[in-house]
Design a protein around this ligand. Structure first.
Ligand code: MG
Length: 466
């Protein structure tokens, strides 16, 4: 008996540490910028300012050139990231305003709830925007801690064309200030993030930092005001980059680098009508509020030392909805009980570059209208109306006008034509038929207002009790 016990101990000592490493779920940090566009960080071509800390993530990890959000607007995009569902599946469309009475349904499962099943500590600092009534706030959806704005930072005293109630700053479920000094938000979120990492250094954690910036109105602290050639927008992005540096410094100091996956990305492309207060999606077409790549394709970098090969670049198409099933896989956590749309993309994240997409197709809805679908190099737009700048954009915080434009059925080869400028539908009828068929299947499940179809698989959002 003693021999068996000793043998067990020897075995534990020899193979235990390796098993322990393999079985220790990674910490997960997601930094989600707001309206930060494809070309707004250094390693994606930003001009006139620097983002050394985000670029460091790319250098020590992987840069994803074909990473997408589900819809190019705040609430819908966040719903996709946090639940792994196309937002129209769960009834969260557009940007929920201060008068909205809906939020994520209690029966939906977020990344935080998924990782809670494996004992993670969880926190969100920043913008929630998935329902601001008490029953929808983050602590009802798996987050232990919350500090931030419940919706967009322009809602609304600062909005140039609308007047709404005061903007609340929320801690837990309490409003702790009205119309907070937004010059301090980025710093404040960084401080909360670092404190959370320090507090939870000994257990797995999920930290979601959802910056208010660089969504208009832009604000920056004195530390960064006037620092860049790009003006206030560049100053604001440099401060976001600094905040990423604060998180990386904390991980390094606490020796958590090797067991922490850090992902940096954004919720949608540039709000082009704001001109010099908006970013750039170059060389992609259009911006926020459209299904063109300038709206839905966002910069993304991820680092996990020893797991993600350093300095690699992947052009495999994948999407925010894949983050939940991917981190669930890495943590050994069960998937949500209800059907989700995301799939495990751990091969895209950790494996060899440019492997196959985990999706047969990526869908780009706007609200409940299916505007476009991507398969491999091909993207097919269905006839729809979209917004485009009407003349010159605005300046210094004032928006310029949009007009509505129509597109016909149009096929683009994103490898040859990243700017979606040359419709090749007539030359590739077989591709059009293939994508049309995939879209027909999707419509049966998710519906499509453009073709007047109700989806069999759509669910209701949560509705307020009032
Ligand atoms: Mg946004």
């Amino acid at each position: 008996m003693r021999f068996v016990a000793s043998l067990a101990m020897v075995l534990a000592l020899t193979i235990g540490p390796r098993l322990l490493v393999a079985q220790t779920p990674p910490n997960v940090v997601i930094v989600f910028a707001d309206d930060l566009a494809y070309a707004d960080i250094g390693c994606f071509g930003a001009q006139g300012y620097q983002t050394p800390h985000i670029d460091r993530l790319a250098k020590e990890g992987r840069r994803f050139t074909d990473f997408y959000v589900t819809q190019a607007v705040c609430s819908a995009s966040r719903a996709g990231l946090l639940t792994g569902c196309y937002p129209n599946r769960i009834g969260i469309n557009g940007a929920l305003g201060p008068a909205s009475q809906i939020g994520i349904h209690a029966d939906e499962t977020t990344i935080a709830e998924t990782l809670k099943t494996k004992g993670y500590a969880t926190a969100i600092y920043g913008k929630w925007h998935l329902g601001h009534l008490p029953e929808f706030l983050p602590q009802r959806h798996g987050f232990d801690d919350y500090f931030g704005l419940p919706y967009s930072n322009d809602m609304w005293p600062h909005h140039p064309t609308a007047k709404f109630p005061d903007l609340p700053l929320v801690s837990g479920e309490e409003t702790v200030a009205l119309n907070p000094d937004q010059t301090q938000l980025t710093t404040c979120y960084a401080e909360h993030a670092v404190k959370f990492i320090e507090t939870n250094r000994d257990k797995p954690f999920f930290l979601y930092v959802a910056h208010a910036m660089p969504h208009v109105p832009l604000f920056v602290s004195d530390k960064f005001a006037g620092k860049t050639k790009r003006g206030l927008f560049g100053d604001v992005v440099e401060e976001i980059d600094w905040s990423v540096g604060q998180i990386l410094e904390a991980l390094e100091r606490l020796k958590l680098d090797d067991r922490t996956l850090v992902i940096f990305t954004s919720d949608n492309g540039p709000w082009l009508s704001y001109g010099n207060h908006a970013g750039s999606a170059a060389p992609l077409r259009e911006g926020k509020g459209t299904a063109w790549d300038g709206g839905v394709r966002v910069p993304c970098v991820a680092r996990w030392p020893g797991k993600i090969p350093a300095g690699t670049v992947s052009s495999t198409p994948w999407m925010t909805i894949d983050v939940l099933p991917t981190v669930a896989k890495l943590a050994g956590a069960p998937l949500p009980p209800k059907r989700i749309d995301g799939v495990d993309a751990s091969d895209v994240l950790l494996g060899s570059v440019n492997g196959p997409s985990p999706h047969e197709s990526l869908l780009f809805y706007w609200g409940n209208e299916l505007h476009a679908i991507r398969n491999g190099r091909w993207k097919l737009h269905f006839p729809h109306t979209y917004r485009t700048l009407d003349g010159e954009p605005g300046k210094d915080g004032q928006p310029g006008p949009y007009r509505q434009e129509k597109t016909e059925l149009a096929l683009y080869d994103l490898v040859e034509d990243i700017g979606e400028s040359r419709n090749v539908a007539n030359e590739h009828g077989d591709v059009v038929r293939m994508l049309t068929s995939l879209a027909d299947e999707a419509r049966k499940d998710l519906g499509d207002q453009l073709t007047k179809q109700i989806g069999k698989g759509v669910r209701e959002p949560g509705r307020g009790k009032e």
